[in-house]
Design a protein around this ligand. Structure first.
Ligand code: GCO
Ligand code: MG
Length: 402
C-alpha cells in the first residue's frame, strides 16, 4: 500500500496547529500532529522541504522502517523540530494501519490494560480563594486529579494563571510577553496554597503542581519537602530539564514525587533519569518524542524501572496528539496520569474526534485508527497567526527560565 500524497496543514482556530495528512493509493488517510508551540513554521518547513518529498511511493505499512529512515537517515538526529516532524509521520502511519486493520490503534498495541485513562485538569487562579473555586469546579466535573497554580503575591503575572480559565493559552503575542519572576516569593507562597486546598478538599483528591523549570536543585528540594504534608502526586519540572544530575540532589531531600519530560524528544533525554530512578513520572508526548513508535519505547524503558507515564496534554498539543496519546495510555502497563486541558469549540470543530471524557476518565476512540481527523475546509478559514511563548526575567532584569 503506497503513499501517494502527504500534505501539511497549518491552521489557527484560536491557536496555531500543524497537521500532517498522509494519503495512500487506496484512498486511506492518516493524520499526525506536528505542532511545536511558538516554532510551528519550522516544523512545517522541515516536513514540506525535507520529509514530504521522501514519502511518495513508500509502503505505508512499514512504520518502523520509515521511522528509522527519517531518524538515522537524516544524520542530524533528535531535537524538537526533527522529532516532531518524525512523530507526525509515525502517528499518521499508525492511523492508516489501524484503519486498514479495522481496529483502534490500541488493539494493535496489545489491547486495553485498564477501563479508562485517568486525567488531571488545571485549577488556575490569581489567588487562593479563586483556586479553591476552580478545584471545586473540576471536582464537580468528576476529576480525580487537579493541577493547582496560583498567582504569587508581589508578582504581576505567573506561569499557569491568566486568560480564560478553561482554555489557558500562554503563547499570546507575536513578540514574547515579558514576565517577572521571584523564586523566594514563590517558595514562600506555594505551601500556603496547598495547605488551604487540603483543608478544603480532604485527603483523597490527587493534587499536582508545575514549577515549570524555574528552580535550582536545592530550591526544588526545599519546595518538595515543604509540600510533603499535603501529599502531592507530583511536582513537575522542578529544575531545567538539561540539569539531569540535579535530580539526584532533589531525591536526597524529599519524598514528594517528581514528574518531568514535556520538553524531551527522545529516549536519550529520559535515560539517566529513568535508570537512576530520579523521577516517578515521565511526561514525554507523542508529538514531541517521535510518535507512537518512539514514545512506546520510552514507556517500555520506564516500565523496567517502575517509572510511570504522565503525558503532557496542554492545549498546544492538538486533538490529533490527544487521540494518539490515549491509544498508548490505555494499553501500556505503566500508565500513571494524562494531562487534559480542554480545547476550544473552534479547535474541536477543526479536529473532529471520538475520544470522550466521562467521570474523571478519557476514553480512546473505538473507531479504526486513531478516531480523529482534520476538517481541511474549516482549517483553511483560520490562517496562521504568529504567537510566541513568554520570556521570564528576574526582578533585576536577568533573563530566567520561563
Ligand atoms: C503543561 C505545560 C504547558 C507548557 C506549554 C508550552 O504542563 O501543561 O507546562 O503549560 O507551558 O505546553 O507550550
Ligand atoms: Mg508542564
Amino acid at each position: 500500500m503506497r503513499i501517494t500524497e502527504a500534505r501539511v496543514v497549518v491552521t489557527c482556530p484560536g491557536r496555531n496547529f500543524v497537521t500532517l495528512k498522509i494519503v495512500t493509493e487506496d484512498g486511506v488517510t492518516g493524520v499526525g500532529d506536528a505542532t511545536l508551540n511558538g516554532r510551528e513554521l519550522a516544523v512545517a518547513a522541515y516536513l514540506d522541504d525535507h520529509v514530504v518529498p521522501l514519502l511518495a511511493g513508500r509502503d505505508a505499512s512499514r512504520i518502523e522502517d520509515t521511522w528509522q529512515y527519517l531518524y538515522r537517515g537524516a544524520y542530524w538526529r533528535r531535537g524538537p523540530v526533527t522529532m516532531t516532524a518524525i512523530a507526525a509521520v509515525d502517528t499518521a502511519l499508525w492511523d492508516i494501519k489501524g484503519k486498514v486493520a479495522g481496529l483502534p490503534v490500541y488493539q494493535l498495541l496489545g489491547g486495553r490494560s485498564r477501563e479508562g485513562v485517568t486525567v488531571y485538569g488545571h485549577a488556575n487562579a490569581e489567588d487562593v480563594d479563586g483556586v479553591l473555586d476552580e478545584v471545586a469546579h473540576y471536582s464537580g466535573l468528576g476529576y480525580r486529579a487537579v493541577r493547582v497554580q496560583t498567582g504569587v503575591p508581589g508578582l504581576a503575572s505567573t506561569y499557569g494563571v491568566g486568560g480564560d480559565r478553561m482554555f489557558y493559552e500562554p503563547a499570546d503575542a507575536a513578540v514574547p510577553t515579558e514576565n517577572v519572576w521571584s523564586t523566594s516569593r514563590y517558595l514562600q507562597h506555594v505551601p500556603t496554597v496547598f495547605r488551604r486546598v487540603r483543608e478544603e478538599f480532604g485527603p483523597r483528591l490527587r493534587l499536582l503542581h508545575d514549577a515549570h523549570h524555574r528552580l535550582t536543585p536545592i530550591e526544588a528540594a526545599r519546595l518538595g519537602s515543604s509540600l510533603e504534608p499535603y501529599d502531592l502526586t507530583w511536582i513537575e519540572d522542578p529544575v531545567p530539564a538539561e540539569l539531569q544530575s540535579g535530580y539526584r540532589l532533589i531525591r536526597q531531600h524529599t519524598t514528594t514525587p517528581v514528574a518531568v519530560g514535556e520538553v524531551f524528544n527522545s529516549v536519550w533525554d529520559c535515560k539517566q533519569l529513568i535508570e537512576e530512578q530520579l523521577v516517578d513520572y515521565i511526561r514525554a508526548t507523542v508529538v514531541h518524542a517521535g510518535g507512537i513508535t518512539h514514545l512506546r519505547r520510552i514507556f517500555d524503558h520506564a516500565a523496567l524501572h517502575d517509572v510511570r507515564s504522565g503525558s503532557h496534554g496542554a492545549t498546544d498539543l492538538s486533538p490529533v496528539c490527544m487521540a494518539a496519546a490515549l491509544q498508548l495510555d490505555i494499553s501500556i502497563p505503566n500508565f500513571g496520569l494524562q494531562e487534559y486541558m480542554r480545547h476550544t469549540p473552534e479547535t474541536d470543530a477543526v479536529f473532529p474526534h471520538t475520544y470522550r471524557y466521562e467521570g474523571g476518565y478519557l476514553h480512546p476512540s473505538q473507531e479504526p485508527g486513531l478516531g480523529v481527523d482534520i476538517d481541511e475546509e474549516r482549517a483553511a478559514a483560520f490562517p496562521y497567526r504568529p504567537a510566541q511563548l513568554p520570556v521570564n526575567r528576574l526582578e533585576d532584569g536577568t533573563v530566567h527560565h520561563w
